[in-house]
Design a protein around this ligand. Sequence first.
Ligand code: AMP
Length: 425
Amino acid sequence: MPSFQTSPGTRDILPPQAGRWRAFSAVFADVVESAGYECVIPPMFEELGVFLRLGDATDVVTKEMYDFEDKGGRHIALRPEHTAGICRAFAQHRPATPWKVWYSGSNFRYEKAQAGRYRQFDQVGIEVLGASDPLLDVEVIALGWQFFAALGLRSVELMVNSLGDPGDRTAYIDALRTYLTSRSSELSDEARVTLDRNPLRVLDSKRPQDATVIAGAPTIDAYLSNEAKEHFSTVIAGLDALGIPYRVNTGLVRGLDYYQRTVFEYVATALDNAQTAVGGGGRYDGLVEDLGGPETAGVGFALGVDRTLLACDSEEVFLAESPAVDVFVVDVVNGMSALTLCDTIRAAGYVADRAFDGRSMKSQMKSADRCGARLAVIVGADEAEAGTCTVRNLSTSEQTVVQQSDLIQHLALVLGERQPRRNTQ
Ligand code: AMP
């Protein structure tokens, strides 16, 4: 028989890690919904054209796209990120502005897989379409910051920069190209190839050989228009007003082509591998228009779930936990009491589990211990006949016999009241 393994760059997220992922999105939803953001779920694949605006000189477009022709002859791509799909959705449905949305889901990039870099990876993020106020940039940056704090992370650094307006950026890229070309003999082979395609990307090189040349490169701040400068100083003033620490990094250019004016990145300093950027974003005012919509301002960020959880591991915060079981029902008659009692206990809002396959009393008690249940509710032949059950406290071994009809009242006394779960109404 063939034996299959996960494809390179993909992983099974098993329990209890998978529960941690769900909790991660829930914490994120709490933080951003407190600021009026609503959940949006775009499709996982779109026409390739939707993603081409990420930049024809970016690796995401030229090397990493999972694209294919479908059976109807359409050129389709799995989404490498969410922003372009959300802008396409805005252009298609024209919701009222400002449209404040959040998302959580997988993206696909054919990258060289390594720790913190996968081919299928998850992001949570927010996007706001239809407002160009620099204080909105501050709200967006601050929500990411607050989310990291809500996870318990302490070693996150915020870097900010302005890429100016498209004209500023073009003038800067020309100056950068001229400078890098004049010193190209000192650059690494890889940086020389990048220089041909996109001089901005050379600034991302981490190769020691390129460091001196990069250190002497012109910086974007000298090329900003007055409007872009004013926008950026209001962003800085807003961050100061909220007491959020940041570092202005004129070398921060971000990987995708659609950014203009504000760009930012969150870096987890507790991560010791090369992949320390846990999230980033910026303003992308032209993107909706490029996708067939009206002229619309846009700003947002994406945070990498995989990498942020690695940062949580390093700081030993927000660790994976198996869900706590309140009650384990041990039925040594025929399993029918376990069936109905679990149903009643769960409907009252408690977590209840049981054994199957007619296992012995000893084996069922072992399972109760193993799942960490606080109480065992035991039904033997005598209890079944009398309509009672024995409630055993698994840490003190104290036992009480109660009528099955009074069990929920008894659990409320011992475990406290619970709210019925929504799906058991
Ligand atoms: P980007 O969409 O490239 O701006 O990336 C935003 C964030 O997503 C990064 O800071 C990473 O945390 C995460 N990310 C991007 N690409 C990958 C990947 N291949 N594997 C894991 N996380 C990624």
